[in-house]
Ligand binder design. Structure first.
Ligand code: NAD
Length: 348
């Protein structure tokens, strides 16, 4: 198979993750990087990467077959539109956009141009999550009645030297919990309504440091989620799912799904059920499923290539990104208003 030529816009934290994967892979070539900051350009120069001040200069000078957009949220849709109107497919980091209206504009551009979009909710690439989704779809849990999710971890003080991380919208709900919300939507389908509560009682910044959410799914599942970036805690997907090597690996579980016929924990994929009659006095059987570990970011690039070549449909489309953003923003709105927020279906 011929190499696929990618360009990357934004050489920050996640942009570098993508660039490093591309440079190591025999399947991809890196045409260039767009990065305005001195620090980012320096990082690129140390690797002899063709670097441009902005994404239009990059697009004009190269022949990219796909573009990875790893810039701040508010720029995603403009950069994507400039790629798509040139006929170039995009992998947009999560969240798909900074607002729902902006995400809707992107969906319109996709319709008008016919150019595919993949949203970088990378956990959907994880075989653990894909197997869990399959177990649920096969009815092994029966009707999934409840889900419990923990996303609790500690971010050091220096993380908050950047102003936007102290302000509304820069907190662990939109940065971190959105991944867990996306996981639940991937497994359980659409969210019907959200209630929530946020606190900034530890750091006292404008943005939350801790939150709790109750998500009602259309399938009937009631999900309870907590998030905190000021908790000394191992209970966080990034620590136990092995997707990113900067986090020391913890042997704990973070996602628990209970159904009328069985229960499933993640990431260990332990399935609990009764061998015979269901009765709370009877012994439960624990069945273990294992899957191959993969590099989810490499898998995401492979899938992106297949999407760009129209061989696969996106595992996370622009509309999927809109749904996840909508449920996440509904949590912020619910916490602010003290009111349960309903989540309307996407209008096509
Ligand atoms: N999927 C994941 O695991 C994951 C992890 C972290 C961040 N993200 C997402 O990736 C995006 C970037 O986050 P980050 O943590 O890497 O941020 P960052 O601030 O570390 O990096 C962003 C980079 O984009 C550059 N930039 C800004 N405007 C630009 C423009 N118009 N054109 C080109 N470059 C521009 C900045 O100079 C910076 O180097 C965000 O949307 C974030 O939510 C995803």
């Amino acid at each position: 198979m011929q190499k696929f030529t990618l360009a990357v816009v934004g050489a920050g934290v996640i942009g570098r993750t993508h660039i490093e994967r591309i440079l190591k892979s025999p399947e991809f070539t890196l045409a260039g990087v767009a990065e305005p900051s001195q620090a980012g350009r320096q990082w690129c120069a140390e690797r002899n990467l063709p670097t441009y001040d902005n994404h239009c200069a990059l697009l004009d000078a190269t022949q990219a077959q796909g573009v990875v957009i790893a810039t701040p949220n508010a720029t995603h849709v403009q950069v994507a539109t400039d790629c798509m109107t040139r006929g170039i497919p995009v992998l947009i980091e999560k969240p798909v956009a900074d607002t729902l209206a902006s995400a809707e504009q992107l969906i319109q551009v996709e319709k008008d141009t016919g150019v595919p979009v993949l949203v970088g909710h990378h956990r959907r690439q994880n075989p653990i999550l894909q197997r869990a989704r399959q177990i649920i779809a096969e009815g092994r849990l029966g009707q999934v009645v409840s889900a419990n999710v923990m996303a609790n971890f500690y971010k050091p003080p220096a993380y908050f030297d950047v102003a936007w991380r102290r302000q509304t919208g820069g907190g662990p709900v939109l940065i971190n919990l959105i991944h867990d919300i996306d996981m639940l939507i991937f497994m359980l389908g659409e969210v019907l309504a959200v209630q929530g509560s946020l606190s900034n009682s530890v750091r006292g910044f404008e943005v939350e440091d801790t939150g709790a959410a109750l998500l009602e799914f259309k399938c009937g599942t009631q999900a309870v989620m907590t998030v905190s970036d000021t908790a000394t805690s191992p209970w966080c997907w990034d620590f136990c799912a092995g997707e990113q090597s900067q986090y020391p690996r913890q042997n704990v579980q973070t996602h628990f799904l209970s159904g009328t016929q069985g229960s499933l924990s993640l990431p260990d994929l332990a399935l609990w059920h009764y061998k015979g009659d269901r009765h709370w006095h009877h012994e439960l059987t624990r069945e273990q499923t294992t899957v191959h570990e993969i590099d989810v970011y490499v898998q995401q690039l492979r899938h992106f290539r297949a999407v760009a070549e129209r061989r696969e449909t996106p595992i996370c489309s622009a509309q999927d990104g809109w749904r996840t953003l909508q449920a996440t923003q509904a949590l912020l709105n619910a916490a602010q208003s003290g009111q349960r927020q309903t989540c309307p279906t996407f209008r096509t």
